[in-house]
Design a protein around this ligand. Structure first.
Ligand code: FAD
Length: 331
């Protein structure tokens, strides 16, 4: 087990190819701030990547007290072995009390890896965080479990993108920056990245950063039923989301799925069209600022979380709404 040497709370800042911070790392600085203050520790951003100056600027503007930066070419693309080695060495050297990791594909990979190497626990997909307990969904999201990590350090938790909202960037503060270099031999990296293929070229679905999302569910009735959903999304400059029922039916690719087994989103406006409001769908969108539901069933559970509800057939309602917005915007 790694030894706790400080009460510092670390946030893992995953970077993109251009050296920018993935949004979820900046989001986690928000609960990180509260928890670090609660236990009188520093909030430390741990940045791994190559040419990560943009990410460092971002954490300075989002409230980190300190940054630990490992900036070397081998870390440009995520590699399990390389990242695990670097993070474990840093944790053993500095002994933080807690580390939060964004539950991206890479975060879900690195979290268990380092927890096992360090002999500590990991609470995956936390939906709320506190210094003495953590809560995560269990059994398909129908139950929540409070998971405590009393004895092992550091406490590790993954949190999905969109669960917390990032703060507005403030002043770029002049914080202490510790630069580390970690030697990574070829033998230690058992996987070599040969090529990066952008699978989603042509249709990039960026639900996590979308300000407005228009989602369709089983109620749209078929793949062609997404046409009015897309039209409304287009006039609003919104991204198209979907329920799992629509995805499972093959009406729209999985990249659009919102919910427990899809993306967690937190837009300013979420418009749910023909979606009943199952708990697994709500798990992915209930932190949206404003929720608008369109459903022909007045008793649909989605109306319990909606700020505005339209009871009606979406095939009738959506074209009217789209036309009104088009006129309003002078399009
Ligand atoms: P339904 O529940 O069938 O609802 C369709 C709604 O459309 C109804 O309310 C109906 O009144 C309305 N409707 C029908 N016709 C019209 C019309 N013409 N106009 C207006 N309204 C109309 N689901 C997710 O969405 N995301 C997930 O990530 C997810 N993960 C899951 C993980 C697990 C482990 C499990 C067990 C389930 C998961 N689900 C997930 C599935 C979830 O339980 C629901 O089955 C699913 O969300 C239902 O999708 P829906 O609301 O589109 O369909």
């Amino acid at each position: 087990m790694a030894v706790e040497k400080t009460k510092d709370l670390w946030v893992f800042i995953e970077t993109e190819d251009e050296g920018t911070a993935k949004s979820v790392g900046l989001e986690l600085l928000v609960p990180g701030r509260r928890l670090a203050d609660k236990q009188n520790g520093k909030l430390v951003a741990v940045i791994l990547g190559s040419n990560v100056a943009p990410a460092l600027e971002a954490v300075k503007a989002h409230g980190a007290d300190e940054a630990i930066v490992v900036d070397q070419p081998e870390l440009k693309h995520y590699n399990t072995d390389a990242y695990a080695k670097v993070l474990c060495e840093l944790i053993e050297k500095y002994g933080p009390s807690v580390m939060l990791i964004g539950a991206t594909n890479n975060g879900r990979d690195i979290g268990p890896r380092i927890s096992c190497r360090l002999g500590t626990g990991l609470t995956a997909d936390c939906t709320a965080l506190d210094i003495d307990d953590e809560t995560r969904p269990a059994f398909g999201g129908n139950l929540m479990a409070t998971i405590m990590c009393p004895d092992h350090r550091p406490q590790l938790g993954t949190v999905r993108p969109g669960v917390f909202k990032k703060s507005e960037p403030g002043e770029v503060k002049d914080i202490p920056v510790i630069k580390e270099k970690v030697e990574i031999t070829d033998a230690e990296k058992r996987v070599e990245l040969l090529e990066v293929i952008n699978e989603m070229a042509g249709e990039l679905v960026d639900l996590e950063n979308a300000e407005i999302i228009v989602s369709g569910g089983r109620g749209v009735g078929g793949p062609e039923g997404f046409a009015p959903v897309r039209e409304l999304a287009e006039v609003l400059g919104a991204t198209v989301g979907a329920s799992r029922a629509a995805v499972d039916a093959g009406w729209i690719p999985h990249a659009h799925q919102v919910g427990q087994t899809g993306k967690t989103v937190g837009p300013k406006i979420y418009i749910a069209c023909g979606i009943s409001g199952a708990i697994q769908h709500l798990a992915g969108m209930s932190s949206s600022d404003v929720i608008i539901a369109i459903n022909k069933d007045p008793d649909a559970p989605i109306f319990n979380v909606a700020d505005y509800g339209l009871v009606g057939d979406l095939k009738v309602v959506l074209p009217i709404l789209t036309e009104k917005i088009r006129k309003y915007k002078g399009l």
